[in-house]
Design a protein around this ligand. Structure first.
Ligand code: T1G
Length: 707
């Protein structure tokens, strides 16, 4: 109860008055999402404010770490509940008393739309403001596409709504999105201070919806250019195109009709399967951070100093990840040349970010100084975590871990970046296997968001908890996996690569296979990816496995012939495809076609016409079947873990939700039927239906039931 004696609880919203200022506070942890209760509470509190004769203006703010971060995403896909958010926004805008929104933390989506309905907006330092709906396969559905253009102009609004990226408080002031950057540390103090200014200037409500000056005479070229850009950059995505339609409506229709058009477009997005896939990705990305079965008291160990062994492409990228998180890092290699080469690459990467305006020079310099080159293992003695990132040789990795076991302090975590080798065998050469884990980064390590956190047989719970926490701190999507050949991602990739190669053996062309997968939504197909990663990598691994007598590795074929000729892909100007000088565009190459034809002849294969549907089914269903085996073995705990590994590590389109979410959309019965058909036709092990898949089909369940 405050000095004025007025406080009414409209849980989770509260109305109270301080002096002549009515204060509406939303309090719905963790992010004040605008669920039904908050919407209803806002309307009740607003009505109280209107009725409160002592209050001449109202301040709207939120408790906790952030202003409203949007509609409650969990409500999507269910029957819509009244009051609708657009009704709340309209009521705020219509208020006869000035309403001031005070923004802190993240004012996103419906939260920013609520603020756009208010008459004045004040932001605290550090606030981020945006309309990220498009990232969920949606568009702002509570007036954002109609009011934002009226406030900041159609070009800026289009940029913000189509990208979904937030702007800073300072930028928001520059574009007129907010009226004032508060110096006060807390929203209430800032609101009361700005209320004084409004009162002093006798300011009346300013209704954004009524403004027309910024949307008059907008050239249609703005929208056609945006559509062309989208057709080039995101040909598969539905929502961004609808965003352009909605902003165009704001510039061509009166507000009421524009809002109606926005609603139609919003519902079209809501009904698009892409929305379901992207919302699954949103929640799955957060769920993977919570490792099932990891004891709540498994407290992460402190990690303030890190060591990275190997200054090659992976090691350098990994060192950048830690420096980017402001963690001092010792980068160790065996020769000064190797160190100089590694540091030069790191320096070049930072300069490229500065040149693109993504990083200030001082920040780049500061990060570079956090990476200390070294030739001496003793410099790792006080490291809290060491990541080994040398090339794939078990002997070399065992030597390194034996050395680390001697020099590193007790309690230090020893991690390997191996992508295929047995983490338990590496741990076994140390006296502390409980402190060993895998941290499998993806190339380029400073860019790719995925981090497979490999839990060995002996890995201690707090070591796993530390690794997951480190993933969060360096901005990665950490996914916990068990030990097996290729862990989760590469094990499935291996099956897809085998099927893709077999399809070419049987008659398909590499570019046909790649086109089927890019049409599906992958940024590139398996063969173009092979050329990017380097055909020598796969060739050396196959050669090692053939030498080890692995029955699973096929005999040498056209892919090996290419590598034997030194055609490693982009880095040698030719691989499966050929590349014009300075270009990364893969061009079909008659040399490869000839090699394939001769390889088929040598194997007695008469090529046949292969349909795109067969290519899609064989490349993706083999992954689904392998993923089911991985889940059965417990190498992955949940289907969503597999989904996030493929979305963040292998370019599986996020709008399809990941391979197992997608499989549920296709229908596991259909997939199992086709897998069984392929198995009967080929007898191949990879097509042996997974018992888990059979069980799910029998029980009428989907992979979602395993989340
Ligand atoms: N609805 C429901 N739950 C949400 C949520 C939301 N909007 N935002 C976050 N959560 C949950 C999240 O799942 C997690 O739960 C916890 O809150 C903490 O989140 C009509 C159509 C705000 C920047 O897209 O970007 O408005 O895992 O771990 O890293 O036009 O959350 O603890 O159980 O992410 O500090 C538009 C989404 C909605 C913003 C905070 N809004 N949220 O990040 O914490 S659509 C968004 C975020 C819309 C209107 C439309 C981030 C964050 P749990 P967190 P964080």
């Amino acid at each position: 109860m405050d000095a004025s004696g007025i406080a009414t609880d409209c849980t989770p919203v509260r109305y109270e008055r301080q002096g002549r200022t009515g204060i509406i506070t939303v309090n719905q942890p963790p992010v004040n999402a605008l669920g039904q209760a908050v919407r209803a509470g806002l309307l009740r509190a607003l009505a109280l404010g209107q009725a409160d004769g002592e209050a001449d203006l109202l301040v709207l703010l939120a408790a906790g770490r952030t202003f409203m971060a949007g509609a409650d995403i969990r409500e999507f896909g269910q029957a819509p509940l009244v009051p609708f958010l657009s009704d709340v926004v309209a009521a705020l805008e219509a208020s006869p008393k000035p309403v001031i929104a005070v923004l802190h933390g993240t004012a996103l989506g419906g939260g920013l739309e609520v603020a756009l309905g208010c008459h004045f907006r004040v932001a605290l330092p550090g606030t981020r403001l945006g309309l990220p709906e498009v990232k969920l396969g949606l568009l702002p559905g509570a007036g954002g596409t109609q009011r934002l253009p009226r406030l900041v102009g159609p070009a800026k609004a289009l940029e913000m709504i189509v990208s979904g990226d937030p702007v800073t408080a300072a930028a928001a002031l520059d574009i007129g999105l907010v009226d004032w950057l508060a110096a006060e540390p807390d929203p209430l103090a800032a609101g009361l201070a700005f209320a004084k200014r409004v009162r002093a200037k006798g300011l009346m409500p300013r209704r954004t919806g009524a403004r027309g000056d910024r949307i008059a005479a907008v050239s249609p070229l703005l929208f056609s250019a945006a559509r062309d850009d989208l057709a080039r950059k995101s040909p598969h995505l539905f929502a961004p195109h609808r965003c352009v339609d909605a902003v165009e409506a704001a510039c061509t229709l009166p507000l009421a009709e524009g809002l109606k058009r926005e609603r139609e477009l919003f519902l079209a997005c809501m009904n698009s399967p892409q929305r379901a896939g992207l919302i699954h990705s949103f929640f799955a990305e957060r769920a993977v951070a919570k490792v099932p079965g990891l004891a709540a008291d498994a407290t992460p160990r402190p990690v303030h100093r890190v060591g990275v062994i190997g200054a090659g492409t992976m090691g350098g990228g990994i060192a950048m990840c830690f420096a980017n998180a402001h963690i001092p890092t010792v980068l160790l290699d065996t020769t000064q040349e190797a160190l100089d080469r590694g540091l030069a690459t790191i320096r070049r990467n930072y300069q490229a970010s500065v040149a693109k305006g993504r990083l200030r020079q001082e920040e780049a310099d500061a990060r570079l100084t956090l990476i200390r080159p070294s030739l001496a293992y003793d410099d790792l003695a006080d490291a809290d975590l060491v990541v080994e990132a040398v090339f794939e040789s078990m002997d070399l990795k065992k030597q390194i871990f034996t050395r680390l076991d001697q020099v590193c302090r007790p309690g230090a975590i020893l991690a390997t970046n191996t992508s295929t080798l047995d983490v338990d065998a590496i741990a076994a050469v140390t006296s502390r296997p409980q402190d060993v884990a895998g941290l499998h980064f993806f190339s380029p390590a400073n860019v790719m968001r995925l981090l497979e956190v490999v839990r060995g047989r002996e890995t201690a719970p707090d070591v796993l908890a530390t690794a997951m926490d480190v993933a969060r701190r360096i901005g990665k999507v950490g996914v916990a996996v068990g030990v097996c050949y290729g862990f989760v991602g590469n094990r499935m990739l291996h099956q897809r690569a085998r099927e893709a190669t077999a399809l070419v053996d049987e008659g398909a062309a590499p570019d046909q296979v790649d086109r089927v997968l890019t049409d599906f939504g992958f940024p590139m197909g398996p063969f173009a990816m092979g050329d990017l990663a380097g055909l020598d990598v796969g060739w050396r691994i196959r050669e090692e496995r053939r030498k080890a007598g692995d029955p699973d590795t096929p005999p040498p074929g056209w892919l090996d012939r290419l590598a034997e000729q030194g055609r490693y892909g982009q880095k040698t100007g030719a691989g499966i495809y050929r590349y014009e000088a300075g270009s990364r565009t893969p061009l079909p190459d008659p040399v490869t076609a000839d090699l394939i034809a001769r390889d088929r002849a040598a194997k007695g294969i008469t090529p046949r016409a292969v349909t795109n549907q067969e290519i899609l089914e064989r490349c993706l269903y083999v992954m689904v079947n392998e993923a089911a085996k991985i889940l059965e073995e417990g190498v992955a705990a949940r289907a969503l873990d597999v989904d996030m590994i493929w979305v963040h590590g292998y370019g599986f389109p996020a709008w399809r939700g990941g391979p197992l979410f997608w499989a549920d959309q296709v229908g596991l019965g259909t997939i199992l039927g086709t897998i069984t058909k392929f198995h009967q036709a080929s007898g191949a092990k990879q097509w042996q239906p997974s018992p888990l898949l059979e069980r799910l089909v029998r029980d009428g369940h989907g992979f979602a039931s395993l989340n």
